[in-house]
Design a protein around this ligand. Structure first.
Ligand SMILES: [Zn+2]
Ligand SMILES: [Zn+2]
Length: 500
């Protein structure tokens, strides 16, 4: 879901900056009818899929797996269609023109962009409302075995609670930081000329300011999320001291360990923030209630692994490299258009082509990178719960006589325990073990790699070599990109007026 919201905002920044494209040459009236007609159509599609999933669930209410699969699958398709439709509106219709026509010239502080985006947001909320009965039905079925085992459970959420959670977590998580960026972009764009004059002709003054804004928003985003989500510092107690001990052991620094209230609906943990003063480790109430302390420590160790392996900074390197590639691609296509006199290859089309390429890079390469990082964090998680030799109860290469075999081998007991924690978290979240996400490998694959690493001394080494190569390629690629950019734009970098 977050990806879809990111795509929508990115498309807004990318396609809604110049004059309205309206590639189909539609009239304002037709454009408005199309945009609002799409909301109705998507709502109808969601009703149909919900109906089908409820029927699947009714077939065998004791086994919600099929219905759950279907619910996820349809949800994903609906989201992709929703994003595609929104991007199509930006490019093909006069919808952006209609909205802009409502305002005069001058900065609107992002208001035009947000209004252009509004049909997307309305559709998303309508689809949530339509899907609520399915979500509720599946959760109720999933609760039964827990109730019969005598676990205390939260009642399944009401429509209001469900909507509030989705709006906060799925939408505002991305929308609040992105809105700040869009508003900033609007203001900076309006003062492009004065900025250039004030800096003695610096062409990239406004871009630099934009870069600073994006970095600043990114840095303080965890503080925003802390309040957008319903959180409080994890109360003192045995668990907290255990987690603090692991953090000290793994040298992880953070601002606070937060308990995230989700009425037990989320069984998850996360770390957010690049630098310790604004870095939070989040543990959801669902995780706290349904996992034993050992498993919570395993999950915490996994999050600590993300921090210690510098995963967030590497995601930023990845984003920078993608931007450089996009910029390079724009230059190449402009050159091709000029050189071969391709009149049809206008700047609009170049933007569309490069936009698609960027979506492809993020969709595929960012997913891969995240897969590797998840596996690496899993290794750290298993490491964090590695017992002493006496407590290791399995045939284990690490605790075998004569010391560990291989430099990157996992304890078999710890790998097994961590796999159990993973499976439990997945089951509680209603995620099938073989379901892959954009950013998460399937539980089956994660468990398999851990088990390989505990049984084959070379598996861990091979994996670490792969990770190091990927990280190296990212850094070298980014440096080459930056150097090429500086070389291409050398003449523009410093204005002549600076040298009298
Ligand atoms: Zn992770
Ligand atoms: Zn062991």
């Amino acid at each position: 879901m977050h990806l879809i919201v990111i795509i929508a905002f990115a498309a807004l920044l990318w396609f809604n900056s110049g004059a309205p494209m309206n590639k189909l040459g539609l009239s304002p009236g037709v454009s408005v009818v199309i945009v609002f007609g799409e909301i109705v159509l998507l709502a109808a599609a969601a009703m149909w899929t919900s109906h089908r999933t409820l029927k699947t669930l009714a077939k065998d209410p004791s086994d919600p797996d099929d219905a759950q699969h279907e619910h996820h699958y349809y949800g994903m398709i609906l989201q992709l269609v929703m994003a595609g439709v929104f991007v199509a509106n930006l490019i093909l219709t006069d919808w952006p023109g209609v909205v802009r026509g409502l305002f005069g010239k001058g900065p609107t502080f992002g208001l035009v962009d947000l209004l252009v985006l509004s049909p997307f947001i309305i559709t998303m909320i309508v689809i949530w409302i339509v899907q609520y009965p399915v979500d509720r039905a599946i959760r109720e079925v999933a609760l039964n075995p827990r109730l019969s085992q005598g676990h205390s459970v939260h009642p399944v959420w009401s429509l209001r609670q469900y909507l509030s959670f989705n709006v906060r977590y799925q939408l505002l998580t991305i929308a609040v930081p992105m809105t700040l960026i869009i508003v900033g972009d609007d203001i900076i764009d309006h003062y492009r000329r004065p900025l250039r004059e004030a800096t003695g002709g610096l062409v990239w003054a406004s871009d630099a300011l934009m870069g600073i804004l994006v970095c600043a928003v990114f840095l303080v985003a965890p503080v925003m999320l802390r309040f957008i989500w319903d959180t409080e510092p994890l109360p003192a107690g045995e668990l907290r001291s255990n987690l603090e001990r692991i953090a000290r052991k793994t040298k992880v620094k953070y601002r606070e360990i937060l308990l995230w209230h989700s009425r037990g609906m989320v069984v998850n943990a996360a770390v957010m923030g690049i630098i310790p003063p604004v870095r939070y480790v989040l543990i959801s109430d669902g995780l706290l209630e349904s996992l034993n302390d050992k498993h919570i420590e395993a999950v915490f160790g996994h999050e600590a692994g993300h921090i210690n392996s510098w995963h967030i900074p590497f995601f930023i390197v990845f984003a920078t490299l993608t931007m450089l590639i996009a910029g390079g691609l724009v230059e190449v296509l402009r050159w091709v258009a000029r050189h071969f006199a391709f009149a049809w290859l206008s700047f609009d089309y170049i933007q569309i082509i490069v936009g698609l390429a960027v979506v492809g890079i993020w969709g595929v390469a960012f997913g891969w990178l995240s897969y590797y990082f998840e596996h690496q964090a899993d290794m750290a998680g298993a490491d964090s719960i590695t017992p002493g030799p006496e407590q290791c109860s399995k045939p284990c290469l690490m605790h075998s006589e004569g010391g560990p075999v291989g430099s990157r081998v996992l304890c078999a007991t710890a790998a097994d325990e961590f796999a159990m924690a993973l499976k439990r978290v997945a089951a509680l979240n209603g995620i099938p073990v073989d379901e892959k996400g954009w950013r998460h490998p399937s539980i089956r694959d994660r468990v398999k790699l851990l088990s390989d690493m505990s049984q084959d001394p070379s598996a861990g080494q091979r994996f670490m070599a792969l990770i190091q190569t990927v990280k190296g390629v990212l850094i070298v690629g980014t440096l080459i990109g930056l150097a090429t950019g500086a070389w291409l734009y050398w003449d523009f970098l410093l204005p002549a007026s600076w040298f009298g």
